[in-house]
Each structure stands twice: as C-alpha cells, then as structure tokens.
Design a protein around this ligand. Sequence first.
Ligand code: NZQ
Ligand code: ZN
Length: 388
Amino acid sequence: MIAFNYYNPTEIIFGRGRHEEVGEQIRKRGGKKVLFHYGGGSIKRSGLYEQICHSLEEAGLSFVELGGVRPNPRVSLVREGIRLCREENVDYVLAVGGGSVIDSAKAISAGMFYAGDVWDFYLRKAEAQRALPIGVVLTIPAAGSETGGGSVITNEDGDFKRDYISNLLMPQFAILNPELCRTVPQNQISAGSADILAHVMERYFTNTPRTDFIDRLCEGAMRSVMLSAVRVKKTPDDCDAWSELMWGGTIAHCGLLGTGRVQDWASHNIEHELSAKYGIAHGTGLAIIFPAWMKYVYKVNPGRFVQFAVRVMDVDISFDSQEEIALEGISCVENFFRSLDLPVRLHEAGIGTDDFDELARKACDRGTFGGFMKIGYDDVISILKFAQ
Ligand code: NZQ
Ligand code: ZN
C-alpha cells in the first residue's frame, strides 16, 4: 500500500421517498436562495420537478431554476448559471439529475466567486478559493459525481471535455432514492452500469503491491454491479435491484476503492475525447475503450489480469498459460458489455478511423497519463486501433 488521504464529507440520505426531505436538508444547512438545476426534461415527465418545488416551498426557501443541462454538459450553460446566481444572490445550488447536472452545478458553484472565466479551472489556470454549497438529488446511478469533488465539462468551442477536481465541490448531501431510477431509459441503464464498473476497474488495475483488502472490496463490488446491472435491465421496476446499483455506483466512485494504490484512469482520459467529439454517452464510450486498453496493457502485469479473470469473471484457473487466462478475463468484460447491448467497437457506435490523430493529440495535450502504464500519443493510437 502507499500513503493516502481519504476525505468524503457528503452525507448520504438513502431510501424510498427521501427526495421529499430536500428542502429541509438545505434549510438546516443555512441555504435561503436556491438555484434548482436540472436536465433536459425527464424530471418534468416523471413528476419529480413538482415534488422538488413543493419540498423547497415547504421549507420556506425561495429558488430560481435553470434546466436544460445536456449529457456531456456544456460550459455555455454553466456561464449562464453563474450570471443567474449572481443576479439573484443565490446561496445554495441544488442539482437534480445525473452526472451531467451535478457536474454543471459544481462548475456554477466554483465560478460564482471567480472573477475570470470558469473554463480557467478546467485548463488548470486557476484554483477555486471559494464555492457555493451543493446538494444533490440523484436520478441515475452512473457517474458517481454525487460524492466527489470532480466536475467534467465540455467546451463546445473546440469540443474539449476536461475535468476539474476540488474538495470545495464535494456536495454537502446526496439524496439517493432508488424509486427515481425506474424511468431511466434502457440505453442509459447500460451506459451507467458500464461507467460504474469502469470506476472500479480504473482503481483495481494497479501495480502497487500488497493491496489485498481493497482488491477484495473491488472484486466484490464488480461482481455485484454486473449482477444488478443485468437485473435492472430486465426488470426496471425492481427497486431492490436499483438500490444495489445505486449504492454500488456511489461507493464505486467515492474514493474508498482507490485508497492505498496508484490508480490508472487512462481509459477515462481517452473516452472523454470520444464523448466530447461524437456526443455519445460516457459509459458507452468506456465499453469500447476499456477492453481495448486492457488488451494493450495486460502484459505489463499479467498477474493482475489473471487475478481479475479468476476472482471476478470466474475464469477457470486450469487454463494453460497466464496469458490465456488474462485474455479470457478481458473477453468476459467485452461479453458483459455486449450483454447490455453496448457497442464494444468504434464502428458499432458509428465512429470511423478518420479522427484518430485529433483524438490522440487532444487526449495527450496535458502530457502522458495512466497509472498502470504510461500512455502517450502512439499508445492512444494503438488503443484506438484495438477498438476499431
Ligand atoms: O436530461 P434528462 O432529461 O434528465 O435525461 C437524462 C439524460 O438524458 C437521463 N436521465 C437521468 N435520470 C433519469 C433520466 N431519464 C429518465 N429517468 C431518470 N430518472 O439520462 C441521460 C444521461 O444523464 P447524464 O447525467 O448525462 O448521465 P450520467 O450520470 O451518466 O453522467 C454522465 C456525465 O458525467 C461525467 C461524464 O463524462 C458525463 O459528462 N462524469 C463525471 C464524473 C465525475 N464528476 O466524477 C466521473 C465520470 O467518470 C464521468 O466522466
Ligand atoms: Zn466514468
């Protein structure tokens, strides 16, 4: 194990019906004027919008709203949110939605007190000194943004998708009501599940020795997530299955499973270029990139891939060579994604080979990356070729 700090201040409020407590949660934390931030309309169709308004009103809070966050959220709407918060003297930001809404809320929260342009944070040109407090009502298990300090935003001027991470952006509370997930469309169930699995795998594939405790938490987490994903796909009304996936999605990305080890994150880095350029769901891009990354890097530490194959994918240890076992584990990952009707090759998502140079250049514009194996321009090209 290596040295680490683990910090996660977000209060989790889990259970059916609990989104009705949202107004009270903000009131008791001193919020008075709320920005109610949401996505493209699912919360209006489901009736959640009215319930949130009602809860805010009941708690005596006044609020302004800003909907219209799109998947792979845009910096232009963030700028609009910052203007609105300043005009209206907002003192609390409430995100009701998935990762895109939460990340947009975090960007608004950080931009509120910054004199320059909010994109500076994402270019690493500035560091937030202060931010508005944030609360979350989660409607889809996927990104894990509800307990983290990370925000991923797309600048439509050039299709750059970049992240900014600060402890100031960690939500004060996150309400997880599994009932709210029952309306999530099939393709988003799949993409979200792939993202959750990927968040564990990014941490699991490490060369740090002696990490048994967290390894075994990761292995159990991956097995459970795969099981729950299949269950919710089959029976989206099954709240117990949603409960498992929702809590699993939060634990997968709350930081715990990355403690004491060097983490990888190369697949995420490469994927962000795909979702920025082609507008695909982040989890869909990961279903394509992650297996390709695995095929490219497994020889760096075959033992870790054998451990994954045997303990997570139940690959028979009596295979003749380590390599065969490792490769079988990787094909199990692909098969799992396929079983969720996700593409596992670029062409299956309608993506050709013309933009490989641009994608690789953008992925590397802040230097090499990846904790398991250092990835540079040529490596990204090779991984994209494995994925084509
Ligand atoms: O916008 P609405 O109409 O609400 O519809 C959304 C959206 O179209 C829909 N949806 C969400 N909950 C629903 C629902 N539809 C019906 N019923 C519900 N209960 O689902 C669609 C996708 O929403 P989105 O928020 O984009 O999904 P997700 O949670 O997967 O977030 C993806 C974003 O998070 C970023 C990704 O890059 C991507 O931009 N990530 C953020 C991370 C972080 N902050 O730590 C880490 C992740 O690795 C990831 O990069
Ligand atoms: Zn992710």
